[in-house]
Design a protein around this ligand. Structure first.
Ligand code: UD1
Ligand code: CA
Length: 452
């Protein structure tokens, strides 16, 4: 079986410099959804017909299993398939998909391929408003005789509600001669792939139809409005899959997964969370409202409170994060770590049971177990030119408002007094404090406003 994906169209109505098929849906290019679905059917050849935005499309999608056929200029869907012909195996079935119809499901395509075993099969759907689509013309016996485009249709044909979705499965052996016989003598002066249906009928080949599970599967994207509509449909499908697997969603309509979200049992996700890239939530993880997670792993039983932002980070089990926590790339938190509000962590490892509960910046640090990082603590990791590491060993207590001027090490069990600016290593099991002695000046008067 060959698969051809038509993706040469310009997409004028997107009003964008980005080629239409590269616009993202659920975090992935429209055409990448189609490519992934195509791959799931294990075709022998997978060919993309491209044209508008050619180089960008090709370089963005480049993969060893993809063949590329340039269609320049674009003279219609039949002309498009003709460009792919040299890249296809000469026998078997050729399945034609559209690069801008991203939600087509493998099960539907399997039904279509099955219907095509004896000849040609068209994926059709009944629409209450068939405007704009090619109509499926049937004879008195109910057999398909042709497809007629909207612009070429007679008044009675325009009344037909069964339409061509554009997705078809054709016998490859006949394709060459049929495509060569197409003419552009029609309202749009295009070479219509749909004219092949009439040729198959004339050749006595059976023409069958198959139908999608839902209209949404065959919706195309021609505008940003349609792109947004399909985004919600795609998100709804993901939400349903997650709930079916046992994830509890506060509201399936307020979830955005722009990549892959893998969840263990009894995960709960509150409203308005965004998941990007690959995110794994282990058993019984709870994600509060308005959290953003990108390429992250959260260990079993951990809780993320509202408005936490996590990127390229790993959180161990039974951690308590947020609200308003920010874990930046390279953050690795072990079991039972607590990170509170307005704490930013970057490229740092924090071992089990340590806490940084309020207003801190931890960058390029290695922190041991059972450490308490006081409010307002800052690792001064950057001198304006280079970055340096801070090491805090097990059981350390860092007093509030401490600055750790890296490179610096705080020895095991040390205590750092509040307000310290640590510029040299602090020895273990000792109180280190850098602070001028406190003085009180008796009889001191506040300055008074001068009168003019
Ligand atoms: C096509 C069908 C119509 C069907 C409709 C479904 C034909 C003649 N008509 O119409 O029966 O109801 O789709 O949406 O096939 N493309 C190319 N090169 C071209 C022309 C198109 O690659 O020269 C690609 C487009 O990028 C798009 C797809 O083919 O992915 C369909 O093109 P479009 O112009 O939307 O087809 P319609 O005229 O709407
Ligand atoms: Ca179209």
């Amino acid at each position: 079986m060959n698969i051809v994906i038509l993706a040469a169209g310009q997409g004028k109505r997107m009003h964008s410099n980005l080629p239409k098929v590269l616009h993202p849906l659920a975090g992935k290019a429209l055409v990448s959804h189609v490519i992934d679905t195509a791959r799931s059917l294990s075709p022998r050849k997978l060919c993309i017909v491209y044209g508008h935005g050619g180089d960008t499309v090709r370089t963005t999608l480049a993969a060893p299993d993809l063949g590329w056929a340039l269609q320049e200029p674009q003279l219609g869907t039949g002309h498009a398939v003709m460009q792919a012909l040299p890249y296809l195996d000469a026998d078997g079935t050729t399945l034609v998909l559209y690069g801008d119809v991203p939600l087509i499901q493998p099960e539907t395509l399997k039904k279509l391929l099955h219907a095509a075993q004896a000849g040609l099969a068209i994926l059709t759907v009944e629409l209450t408003d068939p405007n704009g689509y090619g109509r499926i013309v049937r004879n008195a016996a109910g057999h398909v005789t042709s497809i007629v485009e909207q612009k070429d249709a007679s008044a009675s044909q325009l009344a037909i509600c069964e339409v061509n979705t554009g997705i078809m499965a054709l016998p490859t052996a006949c394709l060459g001669q049929w495509l060569a016989a197409l003419s552009n003598d029609n309202a749009q002066h295009e070479y219509y792939l749909t004219d092949i249906v009439g040729m198959a009928v004339a050749a006595g080949l059976p023409v069958r139809t198959a139908h999608p599970a839902g209209e949404w599967e065959v919706l195309g994207v021609n505008s940003k409005v349609q792109l947004a509509e399909l985004e919600r449909i795609a998100q709804r499908l993901t939400a349903e899959q997650l709930m079916t697997q046992g994830v509890r969603l506060a509201d399936p309509a307020r979830l955005d997964v722009r990549g892959e979200l893998v969840c263990g049992r009894d995960v709960f996700i509150d409203v308005n969370c965004v998941f990007e890239g690959k995110v794994e939530l282990d058993e019984a993880v709870e994600i509060g409202p308005n959290c953003v997670l990108k390429n992250a792993r959260i260990g079993a039983g951990s809780r993320l409170a509202a408005f936490s932002h996590i990127e390229d980070a790993v959180v161990g089990p039974d951690a308590v994060i947020g609200p308003f926590a920010r874990l930046r790339p390279g953050t690795e938190l072990a079991a039972g770590v607590h990170i509170g509000n307005f704490v930013e962590i970057k490229n740092s490892k924090i071992a089990a049971q340590s806490k940084a509960n309020h207003l801190a910046y931890i960058g390029d640090a290695i922190i041991g177990s059972r450490v308490n990082v006081g409010a307002g603590t800052i690792t001064c990791n950057y001198d304006g030119a280079n970055k340096y590491q801070t090491i805090i060993e097990d059981d350390v207590f860092i007093g509030s408002d401490t600055q750790l001027v890296a490179p610096v090490t705080v020895g095991r069990g040390a205590t750092i007094g509040a307000g310290t600016t640590l510029t040299r290593d602090a020895p273990p099991d000792t109180l280190t404090v850098s602070r001028p002695k406190q003085i009180s000046i008796a009889g001191w008067k506040r300055p008074a406003k001068t009168k003019k």
